[in-house]
Structure formats: structure tokens, C-alpha cells
Design a protein around this ligand. Structure first.
Ligand code: SIN
Length: 280
């Protein structure tokens, strides 16, 4: 059957813009299947001009992909605990998500994906970067792949949501709790994508503290190499927001980074996070 949606890649490594669908309407099974396939193929997909995507409509769309996460440390939107309002006021210095990460890797069952809606976009700046962790893995040497395949890593929110952490400090405009004693969970360094079966790196600078069975000091050199390698520009794409745009990324195989380059302006986003399963 002919495709009903237009899907245009935005960069070589990942990312595609999709047109021809209104996400606020009930999607047909064909539309859902095409969006789902594009999500698996491109790892992050973008939609423009979705002004009808109210909080209820955003949750309805997100629930087609799974149950919704209620963030353990950041207060949700009034009346919609499953939605995060990601706001940076003109006077705020730090922004939420301002560093490379994969959402909720600090949970035992980290997020499948995140659906971010642009409520108010600065006149310039405030783009989001994405990095393909399958491509980053595939670019490694066979020796490195083999070694990483035997390693697990410890993830926790304890650093990022400590009193000095970026996410906790971005709370001038967002109510977040500190979590110095957040639990630790062990995930494989090389993760098999549960839907595509492809292997990708699954460590990130925000939430990965060390390798399992090693000290932080022992872990640091190899983690630093992986953090630098994984964000190499050949694995990335960049999204310029417009009001009413939507980005839906696959946290199982992507990193993202909210750029903080719009001082004195307001940026307001709304995020639904779809629960995922235990990495293997
Ligand atoms: C996030 O990390 O979820 C925020 C991304 C953004 O605001 O661009």
C-alpha cells in the first residue's frame, strides 16, 4: 500500500521530519504503523504545526506507544502528572536537559521514548541535538566492541539530581527534588534494541556513574572516551524548533542535548515520556 505520510530525513545519521498527519486526531492503524516504522528507522522523528496537541491529545498519542512515566524527581503539570513542563525563564541561567543524556536511564526500566511539544520557542537558539548510539557502536573497532560487550554500567539520578546537579539546579522554573540517595541500577554497556534487534551503546554522561565491579576512578578513562566518541558530529542531527513542533525520540538508542544559547528569552516545552523495558 502507498505510504500516507511524507518522511524526509534531516541528517545522515538519524532524524526525519514527517508531514501529512495531525497528531491530535485519532490515528488510523496505517498512520500509526507508518509513524512507528519511521521512529524505528530514524530514531528521532519531527512533526511541525501540531498546534492542536493539547495535554490530553499529547497523552493519547504517547499512550499508543506504551504507558506513561511520572517523573520521580520533577513535578508534573497541574492536572497532568505524566507531563513535564520544561520551562526556562529569561532570568534562568541553567536549562533542563542541558547536557548529553538518555532520558530516565537511572530507572530499572528506562524510558522507551520522549515526546516533546514546543509551546513557546525563543526567537533564536534553543535547538535540540540528537546522537545515534547504534551508529556510535557500529563505528567502534571489533576489539572494543568485544570488550564493551562484557561490561555493565551503573546508572543513577544521584549526581544529576543532587543539590549541585544540573537538573536539580534548573529548578528555578521547574519544581524538582534533590535525590542524593537515588537508587543505582546496572545496565549493559551494549544494549540490544528490543524492537530492531540492533546493538547500540547505552551509557551517558548524565546518569552513568561507573562500570559495574570497578571504581569511579578506574571507570573514568573509558567512560570519557565513550562519552566523547558517542557525540561525534557524524552521529548527530539538530532540530530547530518552531511553535507547535513535536520531536519524538527513542531513548533506547539516542542521546539528546537541549542547547542553552538563548539568554534573556523564554522557552517552554511539554514532554510526555513513554515507559520502556529492562535493557539487555
Ligand atoms: C529533555 O532533555 O527532555 C529536554 C529537551 C529539550 O528541552 O530540548
Amino acid at each position: 500500500m502507498a505510504a500516507t505520510l511524507d518522511i524526509t530525513p534531516v541528517a545522515g545519521a538519524l532524524g526525519a521530519e514527517i508531514s501529512g498527519v495531525d497528531l491530535s486526531e485519532d490515528l488510523t492503524n496505517t498512520q500509526f504503523d507508518e509513524i512507528h516504522q519511521a521512529f524505528l528507522d530514524h530514531h528521532v522523528i519531527f512533526f511541525r504545526d501540531q498546534q492542536g496537541l493539547t495535554p490530553d491529545a499529547q497523552k493519547r498519542f504517547a499512550r499508543r506507544f506504551g504507558s506513561l512515566n511520572v517523573h520521580p524527581y520533577v513535578k508534573g503539570m497541574d492536572g497532568h502528572p505524566e507531563l513535564l513542563e520544561i520551562i526556562k525563564e529569561p532570568e534562568d541561567k541553567l536549562n533542563f536537559g542541558g547536557g548529553w543524556h538518555s532520558d530516565m536511564s537511572f530507572l530499572e526500566e528506562p524510558a522507551l521514548g520522549s515526546i516533546l511539544y514546543g509551546v513557546e520557542i525563543p526567537a533564536y537558539g534553543g535547538d535540540t541535538l540528537f546522537a545515534n548510539q547504534i551508529a556510535a557502536y557500529e563505528a567502534l573497532s571489533d576489539g572494543m566492541k568485544e570488550m564493551l560487550g562484557s561490561l555493565n554500567a551503573i546508572h543513577s539520578a544521584s549526581r544529576e539530581y543532587s543539590a549541585k546537579g544540573q537538573s536539580a539546579q534548573a529548578r528555578q522554573s521547574m519544581q524538582s527534588e534533590t535525590a542524593n540517595d537515588a537508587p543505582e541500577f546496572e545496565h549493559p554497556v551494549v544494549r540490544t534494541h528490543p524492537e530492531s534487534g540492533r546493538k547500540g551503546l547505552y551509557v551517558n554522561p548524565a546518569f552513568t556513574l561507573r562500570f559495574a565491579g570497578m571504581t569511579k576512578r578506574e571507570s573514568r578513562p573509558l567512560l570519557n572516551f565513550l562519552f566523547e566518541h558517542s557525540r561525534d558530529e557524524r552521529f548527530t542531527c539538530r532540530f530547530r524548533w518552531s511553535q507547535g513542533a513535536v520531536a519524538f525520540w527513542d531513548n533506547r538508542c539516542c542521546w539528546h542535548y537541549a542547547l542553552n544559547d538563548y539568554p534573556g528569552q523564554r522557552r517552554h516545552m511539554r514532554r510526555a515520556t513513554v515507559n520502556g523495558d529492562r535493557p539487555y
